[in-house]
Design a protein around this ligand. Structure first.
Ligand SMILES: Cc1ncc(COP(=O)(O)O)c(C=O)c1O
Length: 478
């Protein structure tokens, strides 16, 4: 057993020192974003076999160094690959405390401080989206929050399903845009309706759901004897960063009394910004919202709020009233367990609360505005350079583009699209192999395009220019 105050102290102090050095190294660009080591080789280098006998705590510092060495540095200024990036010392402190107090979010009794923090955060986030009386709970990611919203929508339309499942004449159907996140589609499969219960609605050229197409799709479903129970609008789509027009969508859903869910996993944070919150105009008309602080707010994964306009929605959908856990005490209204799909639930509130203390509302607003400014500057840089083409008119922090190298510029039509798409994936592979940048791609309009996610507060303009320089250079022979 490690001795309190000696081995533990010394090891944790060394670990904290290494953590500081690890984060500092990103800034000098002294280290790559990632080391592209194939799984078999990495397994060999790491030596992952589990020992029969335990090892001294202090020895694990070497293992920590290995983990840091071979993990992708998502805090690196040149990490553009996911819808998160950078690092937040206050949130890391919150994570550390979370592990230290190691509790579970089902009851106030087990997690008094974290419960009150979660209640405060949910109240604030609800107020920001315009849910004055709302309720909510944290979930392990945007996909789970979307599922919880779908379950609540289903419970409202088909309350019998909780006890006895669906009836033959229920014929549930729900609607999402063709650029919505796949977790929304999958919710239909998880809920036992099948993927056929989902109708994908056409988008405009910027990737926003078309309200006229939604109205027509709902009419068709009704004519077929189906029961529309939910429409999912996306606020900040995964690839293009597009915001569906919530107000116009609510005009379509309200006459039919259909549950409107807004998947603002990415975009919810625009509510901080006076300049950009208009992108979510109409959100108080929604019944539920998913908002991920682990994306634009830079809080470590995972941290996702499931917000409901009407109090009682989550409890009615999910409560099982387990007697061994929930003892109906005077503070039982603070027992969040029955709002959730989980029993034991990781504490995600402490790190967000710490982060909010460090940044304040205004700091988060500046952060969001900064990302939008970076996105506008990046777009301008693309336009200033030969051969770069926007694939979608950017609406927020994501910029989707292709690069047409000089040797492909004489091509036209399909042949050009195919060649440029193939060049994109080849260059992206080379970039990943080199490890100095990490940027993702996705298929848009029939061919791969780079998806630049400008969500990393560590990134500077010179990092984004260096990326474009490298794409130009590597495309010359790709
Ligand atoms: C719009 C949108 N919704 C939901 C999700 C899923 O979130 P998570 O990865 O936290 O499950 C994502 C992920 O990128 C997303 O972009």
């Amino acid at each position: 057993m490690p001795q309190l105050g000696t081995e533990i102290d010394a090891t944790l102090q060394r670990a904290a020192q290494l953590a500081g050095e690890y984060l500092a190294a990103h800034h000098g660009h002294e280290v790559p974003v990632a080391r592209a080591v194939p799984p078999a080789e990495l397994t060999k280098r790491l030596g992952l076999a589990l020992p029969q006998q335990g090892r001294p705590l202090s020895e694990l510092i070497t293992d920590m160094q290995q983990v840091l060495e071979y993990s992708v540095r998502t805090g690196h200024p040149r990490f553009f690959n996911q819808l998160f990036g950078g690092f937040d010392p206050a949130a890391i402190l919150g994570e550390w405390i979370t592990a230290l107090v190691n509790t579970s979010m089902y009851t106030y009794e087990a997690a008094p401080v974290a419960t009150l923090m979660e209640v405060e955060l949910i109240r604030r986030m609800n107020r920001m989206v315009g849910f004055e009386r709302g309720e909510g709970v944290f979930a392990p990611g945007g996909s789970n929050s979307n599922l919880m919203a779908a379950l609540a929508a289903r419970h409202r339309a088909f309350p019998h399903a909780k006890q006895s499942g669906h009836r033959a004449d229920d014929k549930p159907v729900f609607f999402l845009s063709e650029e919505a996140h796949y977790s929304v589609l999958r919710a239909g499969a998880i809920m036992g309706m099948g993927l056929d219960a989902a109708v994908e609605v056409a988008c405009d050229p910027q990737g926003r759901m078309r309200p006229d197409a939604l109205a027509a799709a709902i009419d068709r479903a009704l004519a077929d004897g189906r029961t529309p129970f939910m429409v999912v609008a996306t606020a900040g789509s995964t690839v293009a960063g597009a915001f569906d027009p919530i107000d116009a969508i609510a005009e379509v859903t309200e006459p039919h009394d259909i549950w409107l869910h807004v998947d603002a996993s990415l975009g919810g944070s625009v509510m901080f910004s006076e300049r950009h919150r208009q992108l979510m105009r109409g959100v108080p008309r929604a019944h539920s919202v998913t908002w991920n602080p682990h994306k634009m707010m830079g809080v470590p994964l995972s941290c996702s709020a499931t917000l409901m306009r009407e109090p009682g929605s989550l409890r009615a959908t999910n409560a099982m009233d387990a007697d061994y856990l929930f003892h109906g005490k005077s503070d039982a209204c603070y027992d969040l367990g029955d709002l959730s799909l989980q029993c034991g639930r990781r504490v995600d509130a402490i790190k967000l609360w710490f982060s909010w203390q460090a940044h304040g509302h205004d700091g988060f607003a500046q952060r969001v505005d900064h990302f939008f400014e970076m996105s506008a500057a990046f777009r301008a840089e693309l336009e200033a350079r030969d051969g770069f083409e926007l694939v979608r008119e950017p609406q927020s922090t994501n910029v989707c583009f292709r690069y047409v190298p000089p040797q492909l510029r004489a091509l036209a039509g399909e042949a050009r699209l195919e060649a440029v798409g193939a060049c994109t994936t080849r260059v992206r592979d080379l970039l990943t192999q080199q490890g100095n940048f990490l940027i993702n791609y996705a298929t848009l309009d029939g061919a791969p395009a780079y998806r630049m996610a400008l969500l990393n507060a560590e990134t500077s303009e010179s990092d984004t220019h260096a990326l474009l320089d490298e794409i130009e250079a590597l495309s010359a022979d790709a």
